[in-house]
Design a protein around this ligand. Structure first.
Ligand code: MN
Length: 228
């Protein structure tokens, strides 16, 4: 038996709706600028450029509607409401036609962003990691199994303190869920436990301590957190 010199990390996991079982998380990949209206609001060209990716650590998860601490070193914490895909069957070079067979399920998630640090990184050509991959940066709701869910359409919405701030439809994804899975699997081998945050629609904005964020994706479920 291997003896570790420090305690090995705990396994991050997402709850499964209506079950006591958990989905173990290996990696969290995120797609950038995947809705045209959001690309425009971020000052980018919404034409169909190849998708690009960044990542969050698996232990950035916030689950069970827990509070999210306002992060350090930022004065501009933004919400990004997203559909999250959970990979159940690994593979590389997956075809678009086969892609959905690799999905275990879906959940609603928030790609919380230290926008000031991300903007500084963009300006200086540096990595986005500290703008995107910080502690508690990935609140997620319970997963639901993929059977019966069509990720090509469905309302996606976020309310802050009861007011709708982001609303769109999955049909507006520039790169669809099967296309994202296929493309990403050509860059890295996907494995069971990988999560993919598929991008946010327009309406991103800053939140402050005390704000309550409640998002949902039609047919998938909700995500909720309070900024503390
Ligand atoms: Mn995002």
């Amino acid at each position: 038996m291997i003896q570790y010199v420090v305690a090995p990390p705990a396994i991050s996991a997402v709850p499964i709706k209506g079950s006591s079982q958990m989905f173990p998380v290996r990696r969290i990949f995120c797609v950038g600028r995947n809705y045209a209206e959001h690309a425009i609001e971020m000052g980018s060209d919404p034409t169909r450029e190849p998708p690009f990716y960044f990542a969050k650590p698996a232990d950035a998860l916030v689950i069970n509607d827990a509070d999210m601490p306002y992060p350090s070193m930022s004065r501009s914490l933004h919400h990004e409401m997203e559909l999250v895909v959970a990979i159940g069957v690994g593979g590389s070079d997956i075809s678009v036609a086969d892609a959905l067979r690799h999905v275990w399920g879906y959940c609603s998630g928030l790609d919380m962003t230290r926008r000031d640090l991300q903007n500084e990184a963009k300006k200086t050509g540096r990595p986005w990691d500290m703008g995107k991959g910080f502690d508690h940066s990935a609140p997620m709701g319970a997963l639901v199994p993929a059977a019966g869910i069509d990720p090509s359409k469905g309302r996606i919405e976020l309310r802050v303190n009861g007011k709708v701030v982001q609303t769109s439809d999955l049909s507006k994804l520039i790169w669809s869920v099967p296309e994202v899975i296929s493309n990403l699997s050509h860059l890295v081998r996907l494995e069971p436990g990988d999560l993919i945050m598929t991008g946010t629609p327009e309406g991103v904005a800053a939140v402050v301590k005390g704000d309550v964020l409640e998002g949902f994706v039609e047919g998938v479920g909700t995500v909720k957190t309070k900024i503390v």
